[in-house]
Design a protein around this ligand. Structure first.
Ligand code: SAM
Length: 244
């Protein structure tokens, strides 16, 4: 790599002062985000309507975390008990529990699960995703989601949560990315993680958790070919449930 390319990667000049300040407020070093943004030049990080936001430069669409969005309000009010993730994680008793969310992403599953009164310890290892989610959480009064900027793989075995929830990245399909800007961001920024589901599952099985729930694309096989104890099946995704 040439010197000017290295300098371009390491410089934070592409970030506005407001963005740098916001990132520092989140407990991050703006430099941590530069390599990710340099690799994804179609996105620009900015403050949009007070939110840390990723602007898609071509289609001018903003992606940010907003727990007050219409979509989440709809899911959380009238339809909470119909949520497949809740059925999978809490089972029939619907009793609040403690959940380790190994793959926080935009925090939607964590949020929906937290509405049951459950305590969520959420992990996100990508600094940009962590920044967006932490910023979204900071704009709410939610205190039942504890977000950690760590690799869940290293923590999962020693968790004292009752349930382990895993929703890793899968290969992109035309349908999944179409009209879903958040999915497109995840696919561009994180990409497919071919072995993550297996690795997290293997570590989860070594933990004392009572239940492991893995979100899977509807047509995919079982992780490490292991048949689940039960399943909750939706239109595009399913939840494989392993009792331990
Ligand atoms: C498919 S997304 C999760 C979406 C999330 N369930 C939601 O509701 O928004 C997967 C996320 O998990 C993160 N991730 C994957 N493996 C991880 C690990 N071992 N530790 C922490 N975060 C991880 C990725 O960076 C990505 O943001």
């Amino acid at each position: 790599m040439r010197l000017h390319e290295i300098i371009k990667i390491l410089t934070t000049d592409s970030l506005s002062q407001a963005v740098k300040l916001r990132i520092e407020l989140l407990g991050l070093n703006p430099l941590d985000l530069i390599p990710i943004l340099s690799e994804n030049p179609t996105y620009h990080l900015e403050i949009f309507q007070h939110k840390l936001s990723l602007l898609h430069k071509k289609d001018k669409h903003h992606v940010y975390v907003d727990f007050g969005s219409k979509q989440l309000k709809f899911r959380s009010q009238a339809h909470l008990n119909a949520e497949l993730v809740i059925k999978a994680v809490l089972g029939k008793k619907k009793q609040a529990t403690t959940i380790m969310d190994c793959t926080a992403g935009f925090g939607k599953d964590a949020y929906i699960m937290s509405l049951t009164g459950s305590k969520i310890i959420a992990y996100e290892f990508n600094p940009l995703m962590y920044a967006l989610l932490k910023d979204g959480l900071n704009r709410t009064e939610i205190d039942t989601i504890i977000l950690r900027k760590k690799n869940a793989l290293r923590e999962i075995k020693n968790t004292d949560c009752e349930v382990i929830f895993i929703d890793p990245m899968y290969p992109a399909t035309k349908k999944s990315a179409k009209n879903n800007k958040e999915m497109t961001v995840l696919q561009n920024i994180i990409g497919h993680q071919p072995l993550m589901a297996e690795d997290l599952f293997i570590q989860a099985k070594l933990s004392a958790a009572k239940k492991i729930v893995i979100k899977r694309p509807i047509k995919s096989g079982f992780v490490i070919n292991q048949k689940p104890t039960s399943q909750i099946i939706g239109k595009s995704a399913r939840f494989d449930i392993y009792a331990q």
